[in-house]
Every structure is written in structure tokens, then in C-alpha cells.
Design a protein around this ligand. Structure first.
Ligand SMILES: [Zn+2]
Length: 435
């Protein structure tokens, strides 16, 4: 993203989110206005509580309230929603919702007066506190994985719903996972102080955990009591107790390593509540206490499998009996072929019926089903017309596609055939007589 800024501006935005991590409101001055691509407006303040997007953490959200009449006149209102925040060198750019601003602002980006315009800012505290819980929880969990599973954190993602870290190990046992989770929560219960401090390059304290080569002039190190030290520019709660529960939810294999999905604080509570609700639903549907749900589901599945097998057996017996009935009705027929049309029969069972009837009669046999999808099977003994030829004529008259060999061919359509079975039967008999 390219910013057209005044050339000589060399401001460094003071990062209040580091010095005052629990701050929700602040006063500052707008010292620069920039028109960005897509008619968006960026404001640069001398100090800010808005954390920019970066390091795996999303940007803060919130509002800026203009306190200068001149600025209100220029923007056409006093409250500006902050949509996006990012870092541009040492400055932090606040992107404000700007659909209407291009009309208000003069074509040239206006310049803030000497000393800037006073502004009040308020961050969306609930949103930020959630991010701080997740982010601090991640520091603790990453250290616990190093300590107990020799697993380094090589990736971190803080999403809207869950948080994930990628670990440098090939696999993680359930036992290891539980031990790490236990340890991380112990650190929470100890309510250790969480602090951030800048160190000059080359004078970092001992034991810093890092996934990057550190080469900045000054490095901010976040410490969790004496349990963990890690370079980080994000926002964190001020003591581990504020993280609340740290709960590992899932362990997956990813990119040759292990991805751990977890939730902290209120997210863990919300997730727990939802899972309890789901378990409650399953438990009442099965009429068993929650602890018996897995066994009850297994039993229900076993009963279902038995019932399906039984249904299958009954269907086969029914089909056998129908084939017998049809064969009896055919005895004494002088035709050199037989055509049988079924209202509803699945493909495999239609094939079974055709084979059975053809074996019994020794004539060219055509079985067709109108539903669930139109299908036909042609079985042609030696000396009888080519089954493929019969099939292609049926297909030309009634649709469907297929193929086969001179002795066996089948076709299927995507839809059921809406026609009287007697009409289909007569037309196929006609085809066979004509060959
Ligand atoms: Zn951090």
C-alpha cells in the first residue's frame, strides 16, 4: 500500500498499548492525514492505544473522536470508526471508514496544523481483551511445549474463533498433550506478572525463546514471571491469572509438523458451554446420562447395522419371490425373448433379476426399471441378437446411456422414466421382434 505523505514527516508514534496495556481510552493528536488507494483515509497520531495488525495478532478496532471544530468541519462528523491499523515504519496508520470522505475532503490531502488536531480514541475493549487472553495464553503454551515436549513453536495464528500454533515435532501423544495443558494452566493459577521491556540489541537477557533471528536495534521482550521470555510486539494481559483457562482443543498433523488448536479465557468458556449444550442434546436424544453417550451411540449404530442387514435380507427374499412369480406367469410363452419391467428397482438388483431370469429361461432377457432412475439390462445368449444393439434401440426410444458386450449390456439414466410400464414393455418387445 502506497502512502502519499508529506515529504519531510519523520514522526514516531508512541505505542501506548505497550506502556498502558490495560488502557481503553486515550488522548492524542492527528499529525498527518493520508489519502490511500481506494479512496481510503489514513490518520497518523502522535500516540495510540490501537495495536496494528502484525506478528499473528489482528489490529484493534474502535473509534476516534475529533475534538477540533476545524477537523469536524473537514470530515463532516466527529466520530470516525477505525477499520484497520497497520505499521508504516515507526508510525502507526489508522484507516477510517471513508466512503463519504472523498467528497468532503479537498482533492489535495489536507495538512494537519502545526501541533496536530486533538482527538480522543477508544478501543473496542472486549475485542482487545480477548486477543490479549489468547496471545498471552500462546506465550505460556509455547513455553510449556518447549519445556515438556522439546517442541519449538514455528508458527502462530490468532483467528476469530480459535488460535493455533505449529510445532517443530513430528507427532504429539495424548499423554504429552495433557501434561503440557496441565503445566500451562498451572502457570495461569500462579498468577505470574506479565511485563514487556525493551533491550538493546546484543544485551538480551538469558533464555529468550524466539522463532526468528533477532537483528533489530532494540528488542521488546515480554516476560511471563520467570517462566518465559520472548521477543514480541503484541498486547498481553498484565498477569497470567487474567488469561483464564488454557484449553487445547485439537492436534493435527500439518506441514510435516504438528498444529495445536487451542482457546483461552472467555473463548474457552464459550466453547465449553457449546460442547456441554451439544452433549446435553445427544444425551436427551438417546435418553442416557451424558457419560453414557459414547456407549449408547455405539449400541445404536450396532442395532442400525443389524436392522439394515435384515432389511437387505427381506428385500432379497421379496425380489426372489417376485422373480419366481414372474417366471411362473411366463411358463408356456412361445416368444423367443422376455421383457420384464419393474416400477422401482436399484441397479444391482435389476442386474440380479435379469441374470436369474435369463438363466432360468435361456432366452434373450431384458429387464428394465422405471425408478429410482430409469435403467435396463439386456442379457443375450449365443445365437440371439447382440445385446448392445438391443440396448442402443432402447436408449434411442427411452433415453439413458450405457454399453456392454454382445452377451450383456446395461444402460442407466439420471432421472426416473415417467411412462406406463406396459408401454415400455410393449415398445421393447417391438424392438426385439424387429431384430
Ligand atoms: Zn506476544
Amino acid at each position: 500500500m502506497e502512502i502519499r505523505l508529506r515529504e519531510v514527516f519523520r514522526l514516531k508514534t508512541e505505542r501506548l498499548y505497550w506502556s498502558d496495556p490495560m488502557g481503553r481510552e486515550f488522548e492524542a493528536r492527528i499529525v498527518e492525514i493520508a489519502r490511500l488507494q481506494g479512496s481510503r483515509i489514513g490518520l497518523i497520531l502522535d500516540r495510540t492505544l490501537f495495536h496494528p495488525e502484525g506478528g499473528g495478532q489482528p489490529a484493534d478496532r474502535g473509534f476516534l473522536t475529533l475534538l477540533s471544530e476545524e477537523a469536524v468541519a473537514l470530515f463532516g462528523r466527529s466520530d470516525l470508526g477505525v477499520q484497520e491499523v497497520y505499521e508504516e515504519g515507526e508510525r502507526i496508520v489508522h484507516i477510517i471508514s471513508a466512503e463519504r470522505f472523498p467528497d468532503c475532503l479537498p482533492p489535495d490531502v489536507p495538512q494537519a496544523p502545526e501541533g496536530g488536531w486533538p482527538v480522543k480514541g477508544a478501543i473496542d475493549w472486549e475485542y482487545r481483551f480477548d486477543l490479549m487472553q489468547q496471545h498471552t495464553g500462546q506465550h505460556i503454551l509455547s513455553r510449556a511445549f518447549e519445556e515438556l515436549a522439546s517442541a519449538r513453536t514455528v508458527g502462530f495464528h490468532l483467528g476469530k474463533d480459535y488460535v493455533s500454533i505449529d510445532l517443530s515435532i513430528g507427532s504429539l501423544s495424548d499423554g504429552q498433550r495433557d501434561k503440557v495443558e496441565e503445566r500451562a494452566n498451572q502457570v495461569v493459577f500462579q498468577d505470574l506478572p506479565v511485563t514487556g521491556r525493551e533491550y538493546p540489541k546484543g544485551r538480551l537477557p538469558e533464555g529468550v525463546r524466539s522463532r526468528f533471528q533477532i537483528d533489530a536495534e532494540s528488542i521488546r521482550i515480554v516476560s511471563v514471571g520467570d517462566y518465559d521470555l520472548c521477543p514480541c510486539g503484541g498486547t498481553h494481559v498484565t498477569s497470567t491469572g487474567q488469561v483464564g483457562l488454557i484449553k487445547i482443543n485439537q492436534v493435527d498433523r500439518a506441514h510435516g509438523g504438528v498444529r495445536v488448536i487451542f482457546r483461552c479465557g472467555r473463548r474457552a468458556l464459550t466453547d465449553y458451554r457449546e460442547k456441554e449444550r451439544l452433549l446435553g442434546q445427544a444425551s436427551s436424544a438417546l435418553s442416557v446420562p451424558p457419560g453414557d453417550v459414547p456407549r449408547a451411540v455405539e449400541q445404536a449404530l450396532a442395532r442400525l447395522r443389524d436392522a439394515e442387514k435384515e432389511l437387505q435380507d427381506v428385500r432379497e427374499a421379496l425380489l426372489d419371490s417376485e422373480i419366481e412369480t414372474r417366471l411362473r406367469a411366463l411358463s408356456g410363452s412361445g416368444e423367443p425373448f422376455t421383457v420384464q419391467v419393474f416400477e422401482t428397482l436399484e441397479g444391482d438388483r435389476l442386474k440380479y433379476a435379469a441374470r436369474k431370469m435369463s438363466e432360468s429361461l435361456g432366452k434373450i432377457t431384458v429387464c428394465a426399471a422405471l425408478a429410482p432412475k430409469f435403467s435396463a439390462v439386456v442379457i443375450s445368449p449365443a445365437g440371439a441378437p447382440d445385446a448392445r444393439e438391443v440396448l442402443s434401440r432402447i436408449s434411442a426410444r427411452w433415453g439413458g446411456r450405457g454399453g456392454g458386450t454382445p452377451s450383456f449390456a446395461q444402460l442407466g439414466a439420471k432421472e426416473p422414466l415417467v411412462a406406463a410400464s406396459q408401454a415400455v414393455k410393449s415398445s421393447i418387445e417391438e424392438i426385439l421382434r424387429s431384430l
